[in-house]
Write a protein that binds this ligand. Sequence first.
Ligand code: HEC
Length: 420
Amino acid sequence: MLEGWCTTCLLALVLVGQSRPSEPPHAAVVWAVDALEVVAAFDQPLDPKTPGSLVGQAISYDDLQGQAKSSPRKLRIAAARLEDDGHTLILVTDPHPRNTLYHPPIPGAGSYSLSGVQADWGEPDDLPENPRWSLWLPTLDLDEALRDVKRSRRHASLRERLARPGRLTLATLVTLPVGQATLHLETTGSIEDALLGDTQADPITDGKTPRHALDLAAESRGEPLYLSITIKTGATKTPFDLHASLSQKGAPTQAISANQLLLPWAPARGTTSSPPATTPTLEGGDADRGRTLFFGDQAKCSQCHAHGGKGGAVGPDLTRPRVLDRAWIYQSIATPSAQIEPEFTTYTVALKDGQVHSGVVRALDAASIQVVDSNAHPAVIKRDQIVRLQPSATSIMPVGLAAALGDPAIRDLIAFLMAR
Ligand code: HEC
């Protein structure tokens, strides 16, 4: 075996192979701009062929903690492009359904979550509807945030912008410890407006120092609270800074950690679940009649679900149900919103012209998405027409199917879905 090769030579070859002279580009930071777009900032320019090779690939993501792992969860990449001389990669994707870890299929890029702060900056005379300069920050503390993103080209001009006259708005969902807590902000800019949960705060200025401070008190039940702060920039010669800390009665002041901050558009955890319907007897049933029902016009299951390669792709493929259990299948039909698979989250999509669509969202291409409603009707929507995209706690699977079809028909459907 291995004739003509000595062990040392093999070892030398392995070592040569390991020490490559040039390191591949490394992503300094990866973040989601909104539900449908991801940015990866690299320390070196990427190969111009990279975006093309990513289209059609998927970003996989983890289940929530404590939830059993079932089918792999994925977002499709519908389009990709490079900006900032190849240093910034932008991916257009299916919507991000929850705050968990996402793993993009990009060499050199780590995982990302939906934590962070959305920072918008505009000149004083920018109209609110004008495109402003929008950026992601990992924390509320400016020095710390800029340290974390120092290799990102996207963030390079932030300090310079904050020295110019303008208005900086920070928005995030902050999770405070349970009980009475106070969020303390200090900045060299003047605070124009601040909101935490339902509390609007009046800035305190002591008049002596160029610093402005603000305390925002809230009673927290551990749920994410909406925090928004508007600060005037460039009004003084002092370089702009911002610090945030947290204090609780009887406890020392602490910094706010990145995992307490969630992007303002991120779906907050935990959808409300309706109580399970009482389960009728589910044994028996006729699989052939069930098949006819499944593909028929009355139950309309196949408009949204495929079975054996036939049917729609709006809901999960039911050729092999995820859980092969009669009671589970019954509950999925009777109370569709009780346990929604993240890939099939329903979104409410509000458009600039006032229209509102509701349904399962899929990325089509760089410019548009598809929204499929509860009648399995697909609507194509231009991304630039979207004002708001918000996850909803209800499924698009029609409610009342179980009652409308009646127990015998449901038994037949279940027999069909259980049949191997
Ligand atoms: C308008 C589209 C639509 C119709 C019609 C529809 N479903 Fe669904 N169904 C969905 C969606 C979307 C989901 C995933 C979200 C959820 O769990 O509600 C789903 C989930 C399910 C699940 C759970 C699957 C899983 O892996 O979580 C089952 C079982 C199911 N449907 C059965 C049926 C049956 C049987 C019918 C016909 C009587 C039917 N559905 C009709 C859209 C539909």
